[in-house]
Each structure stands twice: as structure tokens, then as C-alpha cells.
Design a protein around this ligand. Structure first.
Ligand code: FAD
Ligand code: UDP
Length: 368
């Protein structure tokens, strides 16, 4: 008899299962309807190259507790993402920063804008594009318009089907204009990729005598069974059979190509805001510095999430969805011993570290 059911074997479900099994010494059944572990961080090897099936994943966090916890299950390959953006026919530094200024403008012009940005915001400041756009100074307006038009407007409309002003400000603020020559995408203290990949990491997290894993198993297949507690990391609207309506998501389609070159591009990730229908190209061998004469890339095409046709990737944060989510959450609260977590269960745009933080916090709330 299992005391706990965990629905979903993504990083949230895996951490939850591990804590229940290890700290409480209780039996856990963890199920996933996919035919593999690890949810959207799943990776697999082809031609000696580790492919991130559901998009490029770089682990980054400032949270030492999360870093230490994961480090029990993996060795790390230290990796810091320095992506490129294809701008006006050239590959430039992303996030847009002081280095990018010198890549796209003449030295004199770049110097002028560099000084202006530093005196206005201070060296090291991170300024979301929608904040920069509000600045009335003529030079800064030129810069903000340039960045808005060339980096954000078209990428965002491909990614979300909406212009930047019509999505939650926190989304474009994930990639602020950075008043710095630090060319990394993230500045977190800890940044790395699991040396044996994310799937192996999740396998290790779940490798515990109290844990049983069942793949190809939907919640509907087990819901008649009795469990002391249920932790659900699938979509909360689906759990309630969409009784109040569907939460909306953005989905993605990946076109994976094998290329007959040692390297296809300059960096693991290159964004294409203004050209083509895809948003970015990932070259997978960079993540673990895997050597091969050939390479594998994936082109990322955003699309609407359609039930039964594709996967949920990004929750869409707007007023309507937030209200709908709250309705489901209220409903959930009325059912004892049922808990929701994760990107789908909480309907939040979590990075991996926040998903783990959330699982640890929920575990503590329920059991301490
Ligand atoms: P998921 O990984 O979605 O897991 C949920 C699991 O539940 C799935 O396996 C699903 O099959 C299963 N499930 C759902 N419903 C049911 C059901 N009814 N029955 C059985 N099983 C069910 N984060 C970073 O920190 N760094 C990055 O670089 C990064 N890059 C990203 C790139 C992309 C393109 C995307 C989309 C996300 C990225 N993320 C990144 C975020 C990261 O993917 C998430 O934080 C993480 O995967 C969330 O894990 P989760 O367990 O909450 O959800
Ligand atoms: N964004 C953009 N241009 C870029 C990179 C990001 O407009 O070159 C915007 C876009 O709206 C995107 C958001 O910033 O959805 C967050 O970008 P991030 O790279 O964090 O997206 P993720 O990796 O989560 O898909």
C-alpha cells in the first residue's frame, strides 16, 4: 500500500517524492503519463550528444539549499550561458548590454550611450525594456526604441502571439537590458548542467527503496485507489476536468536537425527575433562540451497550446487566467490531503530552482 501518490515525474514531483520517501520513510508511488521520467527537463543521447528534448535547460540559482540538495544526486559540468542574438545580419551579445552597444554602433556612438546609461542607472543595473522605454531622455529613447524594435518586439510576438505591452511585465523583465560588460545570460552564483544529464539526475533523485515509478500512467488510471496524500504536478484545470474553463498555455514545436559540421553556431543558444518563424536555435553539444564531427540543433517554433495535440510549456500570466487559477485553487483547498505544485500545478513560470524551492517549501509546510 502506498501512502503517497505523486503525479508527474518532472523536477517538482521527483523532489517531492524523494523528500517523502527519505525524510518521512513513507512509501511513494510516482506516476507519469509520458514514457519517460523528468518532465520537461528530460534529455537523451543521440550520436554522443545530449539533447534537451523540451528546450535548452541551464540550471542556475542563488539558493544554496537548492544547489546543495541537487548536488547530492549529480556531479556538475560548470556552464555559463552566453547566447547570441541575430541583429541586422550580425551575431551580437545577448542580453543587450554595454558590449552589444559596441557591436551594433560605431565606437563614438556606443561610448555616448554607454556613458548615458551608466550615469542614469549606474553600472551593473538591470533595466527591463518596458521600464527603459518610459525614460524621456532623447538618447535613452533612441536606445530603448532600438532594443525594443530589434530584440523584443518581434521575438515576443512570435513567442506569445502578443506584443510586449500585452504580456505580464515580469516576462520581458527576465531578460533586462544589462548596464554591464558581463556577457552572461544569468548572474546567479551557481550555474551548471548535470554531468550525466537531467534525466539521470531525476533517476538518481527517485532511486530510493520507498519509491516506485510507473510511466505511461495517467492520474485517471490510479485515481480510484486510496492514498493518504496526493501531490499533483499536472495542470490544475485538468484535475478538475476544466469545470471552470481551460487555463491557457503557450506550446512549442522543436525541429531537430542533424548537421554535417563540427559546430553550427557560436554559442549554445542563438535568438532570431526578426528573422524566420522560429525564435531560437539550440546547439546541444555545447551544454556538456561533447565532442563530435557532426552536430545536432533544434529550431524552436512557438505555438498555441491545444489540448490533446501538443504539450503545455508556458503558463500565460494575465488577469483572466489568474482569476481562473484562483477558482481552481479554492476548489483544491476544500479537498483534504491534496496538494498542487510545479509549473503546471501552481500555474507559474518557474525556473527549475524555483520549482525545487517550491517542492521543498510545500514539504515543510505539510510535515513540519
Ligand atoms: P514538468 O516538467 O512539466 O512536469 C510535469 C509532469 O507531470 C510531466 O512529465 C507530465 O507528463 C506529468 N503529468 C501531467 N499531468 C499528468 C497526469 N494527469 N497524469 C500523469 N502525469 C501527468 N528552467 C531553468 O531553470 N533553466 C532553464 O534554462 C530553463 N529553460 C527552459 C526552456 C523551456 C523551453 C521551457 C519550456 C522551460 C524552461 N525552464 C528552465 C523551466 C523548467 O522546464 C521548469 O521549471 C521545470 O521543468 C518544471 O518542472 P515541473 O516538474 O513543475 O513540471
Ligand atoms: N525576449 C525577447 N527577445 C529575446 C529574448 C527574450 O523578446 O531575444 C522576451 C520574450 O518575451 C521571452 C522573455 O523575454 O518570452 C523571456 O525570455 P527567456 O529567455 O527567459 O525565455 P525562456 O528561456 O523562458 O523561454
Amino acid at each position: 500500500m502506498f501512502e503517497n501518490l505523486v503525479v508527474g515525474s518532472g523536477i517538482t514531483g521527483a523532489v517531492m517524492a524523494n523528500l517523502l520517501a527519505d525524510k518521512l520513510n513513507e512509501k511513494v508511488l510516482i506516476i507519469d503519463r509520458r514514457n519517460h521520467l523528468a518532465g520537461n527537463i528530460y534529455d537523451y543521447k543521440e550520436e554522443g550528444i545530449t539533447i534537451h528534448k523540451y528546450g535548452p535547460h541551464i540550471f542556475h540559482t542563488n539558493n544554496k539549499e537548492v544547489w546543495d540538495y541537487l548536488s547530492k544526486f549529480t556531479d556538475w559540468h560548470y556552464f555559463q550561458l552566453k547566447p547570441k542574438v541575430f541583429l541586422e545580419g550580425h551575431f551580437a551579445t545577448l542580453p543587450f548590454n554595454l558590449t552589444t552597444l559596441y557591436e551594433v554602433f560605431s565606437v563614438g556612438t556606443a561610448e555616448k550611450y554607454e556613458n548615458k546609461l551608466i550615469s542614469e542607472y549606474g553600472y551593473g543595473a538591470k533595466v527591463p525594456i518596458l521600464v527603459l522605454k518610459k525614460n524621456k531622455d532623447e538618447d535613452l529613447r533612441f536606445i530603448s526604441n532600438y532594443v525594443y524594435e530589434n530584440v523584443f518586439k518581434n521575438y515576443t510576438s512570435k513567442q506569445w502571439g502578443l506584443p510586449p505591452e500585452e504580456i505580464d511585465e515580469s516576462v520581458t523583465a527576465r531578460v533586462p537590458v544589462y548596464i554591464s560588460h558581463d556577457n552572461r545570460y544569468f548572474q546567479d552564483k551557481y550555474q551548471a548542467i548535470p554531468k550525466q544529464g537531467y534525466t539521470k539526475l531525476v533517476e538518481n533523485i527517485l532511486n530510493h527503496k520507498n519509491i516506485t515509478v510507473k510511466l505511461n500512467t495517467d492520474y485517471n488510471d490510479v485515481k480510484e485507489k486510496k492514498f493518504k496524500r496526493i501531490f499533483y504536478t499536472g495542470s490544475i484545470d485538468e484535475f478538475f476536468n476544466y469545470k471552470f474553463g481551460q487555463l491557457t498555455y503557450r506550446s512549442l514545436n522543436f525541429d531537430i536537425k542533424h548537421v554535417d559540421k563540427e559546430y553550427y553556431q557560436l554559442s549554445a543558444v542563438t535568438n532570431y527575433p526578426n528573422n524566420y518563424d522560429f525564435t531560437r536555435i539550440t546547439e546541444h553539444k555545447y551544454f556538456l562540451d561533447e565532442k563530435s564531427n557532426r552536430s545536432i540543433i533544434s529550431l524552436e517554433y512557438p505555438q498555441e497550446f491545444k489540448l490533446g495535440q501538443n504539450e503545455r510549456y508556458y503558463p500565460i500570466s494575465n488577469k483572466q487566467n489568474q482569476e481562473l487559477y484562483e477558482k481552481y485553487l479554492n476548489e483544491a483547498k476544500s479537498i483534504p490531503n491534496l496538494y498542487f505544485a510545479g509549473r503546471l500545478g501552481d500555474y507559474k513560470y518557474y525556473n527549475m530552482d524555483l520549482a525545487i524551492e517550491r517542492a521543498i517549501k510545500l514539504f515543510k509546510e505539510v510535515y513540519e
